[in-house]
Design a protein around this ligand. Structure first.
Ligand SMILES: [Zn+2]
Length: 374
């Protein structure tokens, strides 16, 4: 890493941001049909003091907006006079998708997050990726990329990270995110390409598309604050770490459980997103309730991703299940009881509820609400 030099440095993208300056820029990454620039909103907070460079980004998938709120708050919150090093905040990476409120780049449905590091003469997505990568990502020492589930599903708060990479491992620890799913990521993913090139990036997954979910946004902001504190970038930072963290290895079994029948879905798991082998996850029924198809867990598992749209066709994903051990189960339970799982926000159906546990969860949520929690 090129961090911790003696003197503060200007941040160069193709212009320069001086030490002590916070600058909001609209940076051109492409053109519209009308020949007007497509610009991504970027805030560069360049600290008065020397230190490492942190890259933060959101909405590389245009409908994943929890992270957009994290970016807005980070850009507003941190003062360059206090900052050691630089924070580069890329508020919205996929601006055409963001405008269309959709995941991919419109018209040809290209996924920018499969085209890194990009090429000058490639597809539209690849050209955008190249500008983003060259101008901002590659100039930073490490980064966090904020995602949510795709629309009509939700995902619990967790990190995705290449835990084989030492820099990534350290960064995951610094974030204080309780759960991590280990894996290098698909080829062309920003985090994978950047990590391989020496800028470790961790994906932060949280919640649903097209929503602001306040608890998750707070957790995301705390992860940023924790990274600033761990790297001595912000003296006033107040880190908060969970008592428990867990890495789910890629060798652990994980599977999307899919519907085999069209119909209406009623979730039966809950209140915590953990199921035992053979336990009913949900029931898919026809409109007359003549046919009811019970979907059970093929192994003891943690529901990392959950369908949020109750209408399904055969083949539609219902839940993303990751296998867990008995130890994992206890740890996950402790974590969510502490975090207050219900506050994850837009939980449409909680399914079966144990009144005692529910009362405890609500109490945990209330405590968070009154004592300021994090
Ligand atoms: Zn995403």
């Amino acid at each position: 890493m090129s961090s911790h030099l003696d003197e503060p440095r200007p941040f160069r993208y193709d212009a320069e941001v001086d030490p002590g300056e916070k600058r909001h820029i609209d940076y051109e990454v492409g053109e519209t049909y009308l020949g007007k620039p497509v610009e991504i909103p970027v805030t560069i907070i360049n600290g008065e003091h020397p230190g490492p460079r942190l890259f933060l980004s959101a909405a590389i998938h245009g409908d994943e907006v929890n992270g957009v709120k994290v970016m807005q708050e980070v850009a507003d919150r941190y003062d360059p006079a206090q900052l050691h090093g630089t924070i580069v905040v890329a508020h919205v990476l996929n601006v055409p998708g963001y405008i269309a409120q959709q995941r991919y780049l419109p018209i040809y449905d290209q996924d920018i997050n499969r085209t890194f590091p990009g090429t000058e003469h490639g597809s539209t997505a690849s050209r955008m990726a190249k500008v983003i990568y060259d101008r901002f990502v590659s100039r930073c020492d490490f980064g966090l990329d904020f995602h949510t589930s795709t629309r009509n599903r939700m995902t619990v708060f967790h990190a995705r990270a290449d835990m084989e990479d030492e820099g990534v491992r350290r960064l995951v620890e610094q974030t204080g995110i309780p759960l991590t799913i280990a894996g290098a990521g698909a080829s062309g993913m920003m985090r994978r390409v950047a990590t391989e090139a020496g800028t470790p990036i961790v994906t932060v997954e949280m919640g649903e598309a097209n929503r602001f979910q306040p608890l998750l946004i707070d957790l995301g902001l705390q992860a940023v604050e924790n990274v600033l504190a761990a790297n001595e970038m912000y003296p006033d930072a107040e880190p908060v770490y969970p008592e428990f963290t867990k890495v789910l290895r890629s060798s652990d079994e994980k599977r999307w459980i899919r519907a085999d029948h069209g119909g209406l879905v009623e979730m039966k798991w809950g209140p915590l997103p953990i199921v035992d082998e053979g336990e009913t996850i949900c029931v898919v029924s026809d409109h007359y309730k003549r046919e009811q198809h019970v979907v059970t867990a093929p192994f003891d598992g943690f529901l990392v991703g959950i369908l949020a749209n109750p209408r399904v066709l055969p083949g539609h994903p219902l839940v993303h299940l990751v296998s867990i051990t008995e130890d994992d189960r206890e740890a996950i339970r402790d974590t969510y009881e502490r975090v207050g799982f219900l506050r994850h926000g837009t939980f449409h159906w909680m399914g079966r509820t144990d009144p005692d546990r529910l009362a405890r969860l609500l109490a945990a949520d209330d405590r968070r609400g009154t004592d300021g929690g994090d």
